[in-house]
Design a protein around this ligand. Sequence first.
Ligand code: ADP
Ligand code: MG
Length: 225
Amino acid sequence: MREPVISLSQVVKEFPSDPPVRALAEVSLEVRPGDYLAVVGPSGSGKSTLLNVLGLLDRPTSGSYRLDGVETTSLRDGARTRLRGARIGFVFQSFHLLSHRSVADNVMLAEVYGGHPRKGRRDRALRALDRVGLSHRVTFSPERLSGGERQRAAIARALVGEPSLLLCDEPTGNLDSRNTDAVLDLFEELRAQGLTIVVITHETEVSDRADRRVRITDGVLVEAP
Ligand code: ADP
Ligand code: MG
């Protein structure tokens, strides 16, 4: 069996506020290639903290996090940033698209920041847009897109660096149910292509479609039915 994409072992995250907050309490979690995992839990339970740790945006206070077999906790900032750019795509509730640039430019800019080679940038952007079904929108301004199309453009931007892991924080929070379905269909296609997807959500519509669910309560993670 291929090694896990995500392997968290006894991860603790504490914030040194007064009083200190233990946002993640000895969280252990393995996610395999092609898994589609939903993370649910009440507000303030530690979901975003978990996503930040998984996305190498924040370091655990203690414990181990192996991403694609690489132990990340001991890496320097530069190496973590490069690993993030190479392996991880992010999708958020608000699409964060630049309205004065075309859809294709928005996707290409992610490559610039992801540190990918200059050569072939436009081709890779067009391929990513094709993957999400937006080939007919490449020259459009994001302002001319529907909400669902905007989120698909944001997903193309997350995919352009060919990540192994897609991390999504409430990706359908701004979408109506028809567009939510379209995004969930897309996640299923991507997963069938081998992408590993972790979605934070409070919508049962979304978590029901995942193949595995975990729940966080006060920083403690447990498998959910
Ligand atoms: P969720 O995303 O599930 O709503 P968070 O992960 O944002 O929860 O927060 C978990 C806990 O950690 C909360 O008690 C929150 O107040 C606390 N927290 C999150 N970020 C910080 C921070 N930067 N400094 C101090 N406390 C924080
Ligand atoms: Mg949150």
